[in-house]
Design a protein around this ligand. Structure first.
Ligand code: ZN
Length: 378
């Protein structure tokens, strides 16, 4: 074989591999974002750097609290009945928050519409970047030096994708859980919306987890998705979360509401219910068999859609139809990463994934009596 025919073979080989790479995967895999930048190679995550938890599983009123302490040991404590142990000393918030959540009697609220909200802060796609999340909340007066809620009756909206890429996901989840409780006590509200990365982890797609979490799960004798099964407190809590909410005249969701969503006359209430009941914990064979859940779970659904930013056929008229359908003036979304908070279509779409995942930047969207502005990290 001469040099030329060999190089032609190579070119053919590369074309075939490229073709398989693009078309040999389902549409969820074509995510137009950079892959996670891992600090360590697979299996080489230094155990010595890992503390993690708590991971709390519950059967009836018997809670088992497990975590990896600074000596890398797995600690396990049982809390049953009214013994709260020294949970607050270990984790900085009262066990009562957990018990109140688990014992709640009201059913899930699928409607998720709120009015007369004067001030809010919104951010998205935190992806395990705990320090940036905390700095943003502190510098924009949502929390104090001790990470406690000081935002009064304000609303904090987190538009999904807390999970994956970064390595302090657990800390963020518990901080959100604590702040949600504190906000409720002060007449405020924290809204944590599900993004595609929450749904991926809950549905056992672990491609994007930081390698740290393989070690955490192994030490816990389980798999990462099982740390968030419905028998755990955070798993149970995540399964109550919405994908779309409306506050005043503003819609919030992870990725965007597509024209196909309104063509099918879907509603906020139906979408939230479908995700909780018919998509989470279900296989794609199940949700793809129903045309509504098939639409919701894929690229024209509210956790994956990118049409506002990447579809040349999308335009302001289509956006106006969507806004009119919901009787809204603005849609706020994350998912498609920008370098800052960016306004599109005469401020009707506000893109708030400001690149927190990169670990060295990030902004929040502020809203005060109808006026939007940008809050920075410093
Ligand atoms: Zn996303």
């Amino acid at each position: 074989m001469n040099w030329k025919s060999r190089s032609n073979n190579w070119i053919a080989f590369i074309i075939i591999i490229t073709f398989l790479g693009i078309y040999g995967c389902d549409k969820q895999e074509i995510e137009i974002v950079s892959p996670p930048s891992h600090k360590y190679a697979p299996g080489l995550y230094p155990d010595s750097t890992i503390t993690d938890g708590p991971f709390i599983s519950v059967i009836g009123s018997n809670y088992t609290v497990r975590w990896i302490d600074k000596n890398r040991s797995v600690i396990e404590k049982s809390i049953s009945g009214n013994e709260m142990g020294d949970f607050e000393a270990d984790f900085g918030f009262p066990f009562e928050f957990i018990k109140t959540f688990h014992d709640r009697s009201e059913s899930n609220d699928y409607i998720q519409e709120f009015s007369n909200v004067e001030k809010l802060v919104a951010l998205s796609d935190i992806h395990g970047q705990y320090e940036i999340f905390v700095s943003l909340l502190k510098n924009n007066s949502v929390i104090d030096e001790d990470n406690n809620w000081i935002f009064g009756s304000g609303h904090l909206v987190i538009c999904g994708d807390v999970f994956d890429r970064g390595n302090r996901v657990t800390e963020i989840l518990w901080l959100i859980f604590k702040l949600e409780n504190q906000a409720n006590q002060m007449g405020g509200k924290l809204h944590y919306l599900l993004g595609n990365h929450e749904i991926m982890v809950l549905n056992k797609d672990l491609r994007y987890i930081d390698y740290k979490y393989e070690t955490t799960a192994r030490k816990m004798g389980t798999t990462y998705d099982q740390l968030y099964s419905k028998n755990t407190i955070i798993g149970e809590w995540l399964r109550t979360k919405p994908v779309i909410i409306k506050i005043n005249d503003i819609l919030f969701n992870h990725a965007g509401i597509s024209p196909e969503f309104i063509d099918r006359r879907l509603t906020i209430q139906l979408a939230n219910r479908m995700f909780q009941e018919n998509i989470i914990d279900k296989s794609s064979a199940v949700y793809d068999a129903d045309p509504i859940t098939e639409l919701l779970a894929h690229s024209n659904g509210p956790i994956w859609y990118r049409g506002y930013f990447q579809d040349d056929n999308f335009n302001e008229n289509k956006l106006d139809e969507i806004l009119e359908y919901f009787n809204a003036e603005h849609i706020i979304v994350g998912h498609t990463t920008m370098d800052d908070i960016v306004y599109y279509f005469n401020n009707k779409v506000i893109a708030i994934d400001s690149g927190i995942k990169y670990g060295d930047q990030g902004n929040v969207l502020l809203y005060n009596n109808g006026v939007f502005s940008i809050g920075t990290i410093d």
